[in-house]
Design a protein around this ligand. Structure first.
Ligand code: UD1
Length: 418
C-alpha cells in the first residue's frame, strides 16, 4: 500500500515548449517533467538561440526573442521525435523552418506526411530534403485541413503554425488527447484563438502576435496509468496522486474488467490489485480509446491473469517487441500481425531483459516487480526518456529496485518482487 505523485505530461510539455518560442516575450512553464526527451528539446531550442533558464527542477523560463537560426539539426535532435514541433513553431513565427527528420522510439514506421499535408494546407511548401524537413511560406494563410489519420503530432504541429497564420484554419479529424487540449490552452493563454481542442474539429483564428504567459502543465496520463497497472501486476494497493481521473477512464475500465478495485477521487485514483486477475480484451485507439502507450503495461498484467486475453494494437505496428522478453520470463503470448493472444500464467521468473523502447521498458520493470527472483532490465535510457525518478517512485511504494552500477554504467535496473 502506498502513494505516488505524478509529474507533468511529457507529451504535452513537448508541444508547450515549442509553443513558447512563438513569442518574443517571456514564457514560464511549470510542472515540467525532468525527463530526457524534454531536456533534449530544451537543448535544441537553446541551440537555435532561445534563452532557456531553469528556475527549478520543474520550472523553466524561455525567451524566444534571441533566436538566430531556423535550422534545427544535430545528433541530439535526431534522438527525439518531438523535435518536429519546432517545425510548426518556426514556420509560424519566421515563415521558414528546417528540422532534421525525427527519430524517437522504434515502435513502427512513423511517417510525417500528415504534418506536411497540414503545412501545405496553410499555403506553405513542405518537403523532405537531404534528411531535413523544410517548410516555408511567403504568406502563411489559414486553410481547411482534413487529417487522413488521427495524429497527435500533426494536430499539435498544425496548431503551432496556424495560430500565427493569416485568417482562419479548420482542422478536421483532429486528435483529441488531453495533451492536445493542454497545448491549445497554453497557446490561448498567449493570446491565440483556438476553439474546439478536444473535439474532432479545431478552429483557429490567426492572430498577429502572441504574448508571454505562465503556464502549468497537466499531469501525465501515461505515467499515472503505468502506476495503476503496477498495482494490478503486483497485487498491490496504490493511490496515484496529482492525476485527472477523467483522462484515465479507459485504463480504469480495463482494470475493473480484470477484477481490480478502482476508486476515483478529485485528483487521485486508488487501484487495489487482486490475488488473481481476470482476462479481458484490449484494443488500442486514439483518445478516448485505450492508449497505445499503455499497451505493453496492460499486456504484462494480462500475462498474469487467468484465461486468454487478446490485445490488438491499432496505432503502431511494431509495438510487440517486448513480447520475446516476457516469454523469457515464462509468459505465454503469441503475436499474429497486430494481435497478441495472451494465455495467463501464475508467475513470471526473473531473468535479464532488454528494454526495447520507452513504454515497453516500463512494462518490463513492472513484470520484474512481480517475478520470482531477480530481474535485470537493461537499456533503461529508454525508460528515462519519459519517466522521472521511476525507480525512486517504485521504491517508495515498496519495490526492491536499484540502478545497477556495472561496467556499462548505470544502464540497468535490478529488481526483486515487491
Ligand atoms: C504521439 C505520442 C506517442 C503516442 C502516440 C499515439 C508524443 C511525442 N508522442 O506520437 O507517445 O504513442 O502519439 O498516441 O506525443 N501517422 C501517419 N502520418 C503522420 C503522422 C502519423 O500516418 O504524418 C500515423 C502513425 O504512423 C500512427 C498514427 O498515425 O499509426 C498515430 O500517430 P501519432 O498520433 O502522430 O503519434 P505521434 O504524434 O508520433
Amino acid at each position: 500500500m502506498g502513494e505516488v505523485t505524478i509529474g507533468g505530461a511529457k507529451n504535452a510539455a513537448l508541444g508547450i515548449l515549442a509553443a513558447a518560442i512563438l513569442t518574443d516575450e517571456e514564457v514560464t512553464i511549470d510542472n515540467l517533467p525532468d525527463v530526457r526527451d524534454i531536456n533534449v528539446l530544451l537543448e535544441a531550442m537553446e541551440d537555435i538561440g532561445a534563452k532557456v533558464e531553469r528556475k527549478g527542477r520543474h520550472v523553466v523560463r524561455i525567451r524566444g526573442n534571441s533566436i538566430d537560426s531556423i535550422h534545427v539539426d544535430g545528433e541530439f535532435v535526431r534522438r527525439i521525435r518531438a523535435s518536429y514541433y519546432l517545425l510548426g513553431a518556426l514556420l509560424g513565427k519566421y515563415r521558414r523552418a528546417e528540422v532534421a527528420l525525427p527519430g524517437g522510439c522504434d515502435i513502427g514506421c512513423r511517417p510525417i506526411d500528415q504534418h506536411l499535408k497540414g503545412f501545405r494546407g496553410l499555403g506553405a511548401r513542405a518537403e523532405v530534403e537531404y534528411g531535413m524537413v523544410v517548410a516555408e511560406a511567403e504568406n502563411l494563410k489559414g486553410g481547411h485541413v482534413y487529417l487522413d489519420v488521427v495524429s497527435v503530432g500533426a494536430t499539435i504541429n498544425i496548431m503551432l503554425a496556424a495560430v500565427l497564420a493569416e485568417g482562419n484554419t479548420i482542422l478536421e479529424n483532429a486528435a483529441k488527447e488531453p495533451h492536445i487540449v493542454d497545448v491549445a490552452n497554453m497557446l490561448n493563454s498567449m493570446g491565440a484563438n483556438i476553439k474546439g481542442a478536444g473535439t474532432d474539429v479545431i478552429r483557429i483564428r490567426g492572430v498577429e502576435r502572441l504574448h508571454g504567459t505562465e503556464y502549468s502543465i497537466i499531469p501525465d496520463q501515461i505515467e499515472a496509468g503505468t502506476f495503476m497497472l503496477a498495482a494490478a501486476v503486483t497485487r498491490g494497493d496504490i493511490t496515484v496522486r496529482n492525476t485527472i481521473p477523467k483522462h484515465l477512464e479507459a485504463i480504469s475500465a480495463k482494470l475493473l474488467e480484470m477484477g481490480c478495485e478502482v476508486v476515483e477521487f478529485d485528483d487521485a485514483v486508488r487501484v487495489v490489485g487482486k490475488p488473481k486477475l481476470g482476462s479481458t480484451h484490449v484494443k488500442t485507439l486514439p483518445y478516448p480509446g485505450f492508449p497505445t502507450d499503455m499497451q505493453p503495461q496492460i499486456s504484462v498484467a494480462l500475462a498474469l491473469a487467468s484465461g486468454t486475453s487478446m490485445v490488438t494494437e491499432s496505432i503502431f505496428e511494431n509495438r510487440f517487441k517486448y513480447v520475446d522478453e516476457l516469454a523469457r520470463m515464462g509468459a505465454k503470448i503469441k503475436v499474429e500481425g497486430n494481435v497478441a493472444v495472451i494465455d495467463g500464467i501464475d508467475h513470471f521468473m526473473g531473468t535479464s531483459l532488454t528494454a526495447p523502447d520507452l513504454r515497453a521498458g516500463a512494462a518490463l520493470v513492472l513484470a520484474g516487480l512481480a517475478a520470482d527472483g531477480y530481474t535485470v532490465v537493461d537499456e533503461i535510457k529508454y525508460i528515462q526518456r519519459g519517466y522521472e525518478d521511476f525507480d525512486e517512485k517504485l521504491r517508495t511504494l515498496g519495490a526492491v529496485i536499484e540502478q545497477a552500477e556495472d561496467e556499462r554504467e548505470m544502464k540497468r535496473f535490478k529488481l526483486r518482487a515487491m
